[in-house]
Design a protein around this ligand. Structure first.
Ligand SMILES: [Zn+2]
Length: 148
């Protein structure tokens, strides 16, 4: 059983976290989904530290929690550790990290489009990717990152 003061404390913490997330979402790169660049992301992968749209959040969820831990920006409760991860990373830094070695020919896949790059062959021969039919840039890069 929780006491009233504990509940108030939790609520206050939640409000602080919401304020931090709102502020982060005002940063230029965070205004767009890290994967497909859809406008106004309301979801996040807190272990990867990226903001994303609901569609890409669904894909991340399907990848499993060992790869991506998805949370709603405003519907879920956040822990201080999860908030810190978002503050430390964010879409700008995540791109610098995960997309540092993209070949020049790589084109970011748009929603519902197949990646028109050499990667697509690899993507569609991979069982996880096959089950989704398509994949977003960051998801793919994370998998690549984890498998090499
Ligand atoms: Zn997206």
């Amino acid at each position: 059983m929780t006491t009233r003061s504990e509940r108030e404390k939790a609520q206050k913490l939640n409000e602080q976290h919401q304020a931090i997330l709102t502020k982060l979402l005002r940063e230029e790169d965070n205004k767009y989904c890290a994967d497909c660049e859809a406008k106004g992301p309301r979801w996040a992968s807190w272990n990867l530290g990226v903001f994303m749209c609901i569609r890409c959040a669904g894909i991340h969820r399907n990848l499993g929690v060992h790869i991506s831990r998805v949370k709603s920006v405003n519907l879920d409760q956040w822990t201080p550790e999860q908030i810190q991860s978002m503050v430390d990373m964010g879409n700008t830094r995540a791109r610098q990290l995960y997309e540092a070695h993209l070949p020049e020919s790589f084109r970011r896949p748009q929603t519902d489009q197949y990646p028109p790059s050499l990667f697509s062959y690899w993507l569609f021969t991979d069982p996880i990717m096959k089950s989704h039919g398509w994949v977003s840039t960051a998801s793919f890069l994370i998998i690549l990152f984890l498998t090499i």
